[in-house]
Design a binder for this molecule. Structure first.
Ligand SMILES: [Zn+2]
Ligand SMILES: [Zn+2]
Length: 284
């Protein structure tokens, strides 16, 4: 068990102006965890990261005692058709390399969409694709955290057993998972109810494994439970609501797991969302 059982909170934080600017924002907000994009999330290309910029970032991240994960680009679909899949594996490998260079704590990535393909075939492609990206990245440390989906379109990992199979398909030592609360709600876990929360926690323990959960995307949902539609809402203002979210995030089993909100930014909203997260820490 890690000695550091502090439960960290933060938000997805902009890197506009450079990675060091992001650290200034994190500090000003009082985050002790955060998520960033390590490249433009809607483009494939990525220029080389200068070693000087990376090393300054690493030092300051350490000095500020920040936990930071990357969210991989939204275009990445390792279960996609041949051309998309090739580009995706390449892009993911580069993002993993960049994340390790920045000494980030994990790379969160979506499991991909199966399109017209059979689920079994799509899962095999995804697993092989993730392993290939890790290999090509020539990295050793940073973990790849597969995120559950709302099931929008033909997105993989709406189903808990499917998400688990993908997570366990990653190599030991690099294997991780990211739980998005809004996605779980849209996928049919009624987090407003004790029963729904119990079911989520129980199934995650069984299919994902406690040791693999490295970050929680703490989001409220604009859409109904079971809608299969992924729309984040500010914490406590959505369909899950404050009571359900608080009860879920206070689960003792998740003490020490960083939680990061992925919500529309705004000076007031950022502070409110962070305050909400700090009010949801599991008791020690
Ligand atoms: Zn995501
Ligand atoms: Zn998410």
């Amino acid at each position: 068990m890690p000695a550091d059982k502090k439960t960290r909170c933060g938000l997805h934080t902009s890197v506009a102006g450079g990675f060091r600017e992001m650290l200034i924002r994190a500090k000003a907000l009082g985050e002790d965890a955060a998520q960033i994009f390590v490249k433009s999330n809607r483009r494939w290309e990525m220029p080389e990261l200068a070693e000087e910029e990376a090393s300054q970032f690493r030092q300051e991240k350490k000095a500020h005692d920040l936990w930071i994960c990357a969210h991989a680009g939204y275009l990445i679909n390792v279960a996609g058709g041949a051309e998309t899949r090739k580009k995706s594996i390449n892009a993911l490998a580069q993002e993993i390399r960049r994340a390790e260079k920045l000494d980030l704590d994990a790379v969160v990535v979506h499991c991909g969409s199966r399109g017209e393909r059979e689920a079994v075939e799509a899962r095999r492609k995804a697993t092989d694709g993730f392993r290939e990206a890790l290999k090509r990245s020539e990295t050793k440390v940073v973990r790849l955290a597969l995120e559950n989906s709302a099931g929008q379109g033909s997105a993989l990992a709406r189903d808990m057993a499917e998400w688990g199979e993908l997570v366990w398909g990653l190599p030991t030592g690099r294997r991780a998972a990211c739980l998005d609360t809004a996605h779980a709600f849209a996928a049919g876990y009624d987090l407003r109810m004790e029963e729904g929360r119990r079911r989520l926690v129980g199934e995650m323990g069984k299919e994902i494994g406690k040791e693999n959960l490295v970050v929680i995307h703490a989001n409220d949902s604009k859409t109904e439970c079971g809608s299969g539609v992924d729309r984040h809402e500010h914490l406590g203002r959505g369909k899950i609501g404050a009571v359900g979210l608080r009860a879920l995030l206070r689960e003792k089993i998740w003490r020490g797991i960083p939680r990061v909100g992925e919500l529309p930014p705004g000076d007031i909203e950022d502070r409110e969302n962070l305050d909400f997260l700090r009010g949801c820490l599991p008791e020690s």
